[in-house]
Design a protein around this ligand. Structure first.
Ligand code: HEC
Length: 291
């Protein structure tokens, strides 16, 4: 400390070759050029990771990851400031919104504004120990180039705190806007089907569409045919409880579901059987009608 006083004399500063800027927290041009889309499909704006890093900084840290089930170290961008500036929202406004996170593999998940306000969501843009990313999950997916993660230990639960990988597009949407067509009409609030819909909404819609709305990782379950039209009920319930006893795929097991919950999901499917909506079927019959 004492030596410092002498060094702050008027001598020209020597070139600081020995003290590089925190270059270890920098990204390659290739990574900087990856883009993310923000906003509704028609008017979405593409922004590069490089631009986001320049505006909001890059943070290097490590924490437990629920998919890898171990400590992982990332270069990442804090998501909250990105969302606030891209959608021009303050905290108050964010609390009332949800955000649809769309992945390039077809997965999509709605994350609430109040979850993002916890300010521990990050966009991981580089795996510090695996420059080419470490493959993850049963299906050995590559989570890059943008993997959304949460930092706090209380956010390890993958259902409540989803971690979409291959994140490509972020959109503001209320659940009702994004998924209007999967909401069952004309049913009692305390019916089995209503309960099934709640379960579907929280556990399934991120991978499955009903009436063409929802995730696309798993098969559409209502159009053109409803799942109950070609699969026996018992089989549907057994499948949901443990898909891997049928085929090696990427659907997680829902072993925790009680028989009544499985009945509720099937009841929801049966209600939707009579509430089909398929925008594609109209245009299809148009194009096929010239014979
Ligand atoms: C992480 C994504 C994912 C989630 C979450 C998910 N599924 Fe699936 N589901 C799939 C995929 C992918 C398939 C295709 C077969 C496979 O990989 O197991 C599938 C297949 C199915 C099938 C069989 C369809 C057929 O015709 O064989 C049913 C029924 C089904 N899912 C229902 C559900 C229900 C109900 C839920 C919620 C409780 C759910 N799934 C949650 C991904 C998912």
């Amino acid at each position: 400390m004492f030596g410092c006083t002498g060094e702050t004399s008027k001598e020209p500063a020597s070139p600081k070759t020995t003290q590089p800027k925190p270059e270890e927290v920098a990204l390659s041009d290739e990574r900087r050029s990856v883009t993310l889309k923000f906003g509704k499909e028609e008017t979405a704006k593409s922004v590069s990771i490089g631009e986001l890093v320049d505006a909001h900084g890059l943070e290097s840290w490590s924490a437990y990851d629920s998919y890898y089930k171990k400590e992982k170290s990332w270069k990442s961008i804090r998501l909250l400031p990105v969302i606030k500036s891209m959608f021009k929202l303050n905290a108050e406004q964010m609390r009332t919104k949800s955000f649809m996170m769309r992945a390039s593999d077809g997965y999509s998940v709605l994350i609430r504004g109040d979850q993002l306000l916890e300010d521990d969501a990050y966009l991981a843009v580089e795996d510090n120990e695996h420059p080419d990313w470490e493959l993850v999950g049963e299906q050995k997916a590559n989570p890059g180039p943008v993997y959304m993660i949460w930092k706090k230990p209380e956010h390890h639960d993958l259902h409540a705190w989803p971690r979409p990988w291959q994140l490509a597009h972020i959109e503001i949407a209320t659940f009702e806007e994004a998924y209007a067509k999967i909401i069952p009409q004309n049913i009692e609030e305390d019916s089995l089907a209503a309960k099934g819909f709640e379960l579907f909404k929280h556990n399934c819609v991120r991978c499955h569409a009903v009436n063409r709305q929802g995730g696309r990782l798993g098969p559409e379950l209502n159009v053109p045919q409803n799942i109950t039209e070609y699969r026996p009920e018992e089989q549907i319930k057994a499948y949901i409880k443990n898909p891997l006893t049928f085929r090696y795929g990427s659907m997680p097991a829902f072993e925790q579901f009680e028989p009544e919950e499985l009945d509720a999901i099937v009841a929801y499917f049966k209600v939707m059987r009579d509430q089909k909506f398929d925008p594609a079927s109209e245009s299809e019959s148009d194009t096929n009608s010239d014979g």
